[in-house]
Ligand binder design. Structure first.
Ligand code: ADP
Ligand code: ZN
Ligand code: MG
Length: 632
C-alpha cells in the first residue's frame, strides 16, 4: 500500500552492440594455432629429435652380456637401474656409433665387468629428465590451461576474448546498420547543441583547424541510466557520417593483467586508421574508477593498467586527425580525476532525466512505428510517468503494443498504454494473488484514507487513480497522484501535506478497524525519511534551526542508498529524533482530524473502491460530491 507520486525506476540497458565480423586475421595469428604449434614443437624437441638419425636397437640382456664380454661396447648410461642405454664401438651407416637399449637384471657383478672391458659408465637418476619435465610440468599445465579456457568459453561473453587480444574485439558500428540521427533522440536539446560542434569538427577536421577552432578531444556524457547517452553517441556518428567504435568499459577488464591495456591500444590504433571517427567508451567508470578506491578488492591492478594506457593514448593522439573520444558514465563522482583533466575528458555534457515536455517528445519518437487509436493522448502518458527516462518510455511503448495485440485491438489504445504504464511502474499484475474479502476491505480503506487526505490538504497534487489490484511484491494497492506541473522544489507546507497523506492510510485503518496492519510499513518508512530530511538537511525545524546535520554521501545520478556521516553530538541526535517524531505525530494528528471529519466520505469511497478495484480521479471527485454535496 503505497503512494506513488514520484517513481524513479532504474533504467534498462538494452544491448546496443553491433558485432562486426572478425576482422581479417591470418590463420597463423590465431592464438589457438600458436598454442597447438607450441605443443607439437615441444613434443618433437623432447622425444623425437634425440632419436633421429640413429636407430636404437633393443637387445636381450643375455646378448648384451655376450657383447660386453666380446668388448664391443664403448659406453653405457644406466638409468636408475631400470634400463641401460649404450653405444657400440662399431659405427653405424651415418658414421655415428650404433646404439642399443636393454633392460638389466639386478646384477652386482656388472660394475666389475664394465671396469674389466674399459666401458664408460654413467648413472642417471630417473628417466630422461626432459621427458620427466614434460610429463610432470608441461603436460599438466597445458591440460589445466585448456580446461580453464574451456570453462571461460562456456561462461560466455567475457570468455569470448580470451587470448584474443586483437582488434576483433572492438565493435565497429557500420554505416550499414540502422542509421541513428538526432531525430531519434528527443529531449536533450542542450546536449545536442553542445555536440553540434563535435559534428562540425568530424565532418571537416581541417577546416576547423585552419579557422583556429578548438578541437574537441574527449567528451564525457554524464547522466542517469537510460537517458540516451549511448544513443547520443551513435547519433553523433550518424550526423557526421563517420564510423563509430564502441566498447564498453567492462569489456576492458578481462581475466589477464595486461589484456585491457592491449585492447585500449588496439582501439586507438584502429581509430587512427579510420579517422575521422568516434571512439565511444561506455560505462567509463568500470575502467576509470579513481585509483585507490577498491570496491570489493580484486582486479585493481588490471584496471589501473588499463586506465593508465587510456590516459597515455588520450594524451598521445593529435586531435587534428579527426578522432573524438566520447564516453558515458552514470557515476561521475567515481571517476579518476586524471581523466577529467585538460586534454582528456575536459568537456562534460549532462544528459538528465526528461521533464514533462521532453517525455512527450520521446514518446512521439517511440510511437512512430505504432498504429495508434484515436483516444491516445501522449500528454497524459507523459504526465503519468514522472521520473521515467527514455529507456522506460521506449519500454512502455513496446509493452503497450504487446498488450494491444493480446487484447485483439486493431490499434494501440489508451487503455493499453495505461496497462503498460502500470506494469512498468509496479511489475506485472498478479492475477493469481487475490485478496481475501477482509483484506480487500482493509486495503480499500487504507487507500481511501490516502486519497481523501490528498484531496483535503491544500498543496497536494490531484489523485489520478486509486487501485487495490495487487501488483508486484511491495504494493498491495496504490494511490497515484498526478503532478499538474513538473516540480523541482518542495515547500515546507508541501512536505507537511505529503506526510499527512502518507499517514492517511494508517489512520483510516485505525478509525475503521481499531487496529493497524503491516500494510502501512512502507508509508511509515517514507514518512520518517521525509521528516528526517526536513529536520537534518532542509533546516525546516525551528528548534534545530536552519542548519544541516550530518553529511550525506550519495551517488549523484543513481538512487542508491545514501550514507550519512554523523557530525553532531549525542544531544543534537536526541533533539533530531524528537523533532522527527513531532513532525510525524503532527501529520498523524492532521490526517486523523481530516478523516474523522469526513468519515462518511471515507466509507463511501472505500466501498466504491472495494466494488470496482480501480477508481479514477474523476470518480473520486464524484463520490465526494455525492456525499458532501456541492459544498465540497
Ligand atoms: P544510456 O546509454 O543513457 O543508458 P541508452 O542510450 O542506452 O541510455 O538508451 C536506451 C534506449 O532508450 C535507447 O535505445 C532508446 O530507444 C531509448 N531512449 C533513451 N533516451 C532516449 C531519448 N532521449 N530519446 C529517444 N529515445 C531514448
Ligand atoms: Zn499506504
Ligand atoms: Mg548506455
Amino acid at each position: 500500500m503505497a503512494i506513488q507520486s514520484n517513481f524513479s525506476p532504474g533504467g534498462k540497458k538494452p544491448d546496443l552492440e553491433i558485432n562486426k565480423p572478425e576482422t581479417s586475421r591470418k590463420f597463423w595469428q590465431n592464438p589457438w594455432f600458436i598454442f597447438a604449434l607450441y605443443l607439437v614443437m615441444l613434443y618433437v624437441f623432447l622425444f623425437a629429435w634425440p632419436e633421429q638419425g640413429q636407430k636404437t636397437e633393443e637387445i636381450p640382456y643375455n646378448r648384451f652380456l655376450a657383447e660386453l664380454e666380446q668388448g664391443k661396447i664403448r659406453s653405457v648410461v644406466i638409468y636408475d637401474k631400470k634400463y641401460i642405454r649404450g653405444e657400440y664401438k662399431e659405427e653405424g651407416p651415418g658414421g655415428k656409433p650404433k646404439t642399443f637399449v636393454t633392460v638389466p637384471l639386478d646384477d652386482l657383478s656388472l660394475a666389475e665387468k664394465f671396469k674389466q672391458h674399459g666401458v664408460d659408465v654413467k648413472v642417471r637418476k630417473g628417466d630422461n629428465w626432459l621427458a620427466l619435465f614434460f610429463m610432470n610440468w608441461v603436460l599438466p599445465i597445458a591440460l589445466i590451461t585448456l580446461f580453464w579456457i574451456w570453462i571461460s568459453r562456456r561462461m560466455g561473453g567475457a570468455g569470448k576474448g580470451f587470448l584474443n587480444l586483437g582488434p576483433g574485439k572492438v565493435h565497429i558500428h557500420p554505416d550499414t546498420g540502422p542509421k541513428v540521427t538526432f531525430d531519434d533522440v528527443a529531449g536533450v536539446d542542450e546536449a545536442k547543441q553542445e555536440l553540434q560542434e563535435v559534428i562540425e569538427f568530424l565532418k571537416d577536421p581541417e577546416r576547423i583547424q585552419s579557422l583556429g577552432g578548438r578541437m574537441p578531444k574527449g567528451v564525457l556524457l554524464v547522466g542517469p541510466p537510460g537517458t540516451g547517452k549511448t544513443l547520443l553517441g551513435k547519433a553523433v556518428s550518424g550526423e557526421a557520417g563517420v564510423p563509430f567504435f564502441y566498447i564498453s568499459g567492462s569489456e576492458f577488464i578481462e581475466m589477464f593483467v595486461g589484456v585491457g591495456a592491449a585492447r585500449v591500444r588496439d582501439l586507438f590504433d584502429q581509430a587512427r586508421k579510420n579517422a575521422p571517427c568516434i571512439i565511444f567508451i561506455d560505462e567509463l567508470d568500470a575502467v576509470g574508477r579513481s585509483r585507490g578506491i577498491a570496491p570489493g578488492g580484486g582486479g585493481n591492478e588490471e584496471r589501473e593498467q588499463t586506465l593508465n594506457q587510456l590516459l597515455v593514448e588520450m594524451d598521445g593522439f593529435d586531435p587534428s586527425i579527426g578522432v573524438v573520444v566520447m564516453a558515458a558514465t552514470n557515476r561521475p563522482e567515481l571517476l579518476d580525476k586524471a581523466l577529467l583533466r585538460a586534454g582528456r575528458f575536459d568537456r562534460q555534457i549532462v544528459v538528465d532525466k526528461p521533464d514533462l515536455e521532453e517525455r512527450v517528445a520521446i514518446l512521439k519518437i517511440h510511437v512512430r512505428r505504432l498504429k495508434l487509436g484515436d483516444d491516445v493522448d501522449l500528454e497524459v502518458i507523459a504526465q503519468r510517468t514522472p521520473g521515467m527516462v527514455g529507456a522506460d518510455l521506449a519500454n512502455i511503448c513496446n509493452e503497450a503494443a504487446i498488450i494491444a495485440v493480446r487484447n485483439r485491438h486493431t490499434a494501440v489504445q489508451m487503455s493499453d498504454f495505461e496497462a503498460a504504464i502500470d506494469r512498468v511502474l509496479t511489475g506485472p499484475e498478479k492475477k493469481h494473488r487475490a485478496l481475501g474479502p477482509e483484506e480487500k476491505r482493509r486495503v480499500a480503506f487504507h487507500e481511501s484514507g490516502h486519497t481523501l487526505v490528498a484531496e483535503t490538504v491544500p498543496t497536494a497534487e490531484p489523485v489520478h487513480k486509486v487501485s487495490i489490484i495487487p501488483r508486484g511484491v511491495a504494493a498491495l494497492g496504490y494511490t497515484l497522484q498526478l503532478p499538474v506541473k513538473e516540480k523541482f522544489l518542495s515547500t515546507e507546507e508541501e512536505l507537511r501535506d505529503q506526510l499527512a497523506i502518507l499517514l492517511g492510510g494508517r489512520v483510516a485503518e485505525e478509525l475503521v478497524f481499531g487496529v493497524v496492519s503491516s500494510g502501512a510499513a512502507n508509508d511509515l518508512e517514507r514518512a520518517t525519511e521525509i521528516a528526517r530530511n526536513m529536520v537534518t538537511q532542509l533546516g525546516m525545524s525551528s528548534r534545530l534551526g536552519p542548519l544541516t546535520w550530518g553529511r550525506i554521501h550519495r551517488a549523484l545520478y543513481l538512487e542508491t542508498e545514501a550514507t550519512e556521516e554523523r557530525n553532531y553530538s549525542e544531544k543534537i541526535a536526541e533533539q533530531i529524533d524528537a523533532e522527527v517524531k513531532a513532525l510525524v505525530e503532527e501529520a498523524h494528528r492532521r490526517a486523523r482530524e481530516i478523516l474523522e471529519r469526513r468519515r462518511k466520505t471515507l466509507d463511501a469511497l472505500a466501498q466504491r473502491l472495494e466494488e470496482k478495484e480501480v477508481v479514477s480521479g474523476e470518480e473520486v471527485k464524484a463520490v465526494i460530491r455525492e456525499v458532501e454535496g456541492e459544498a465540497a
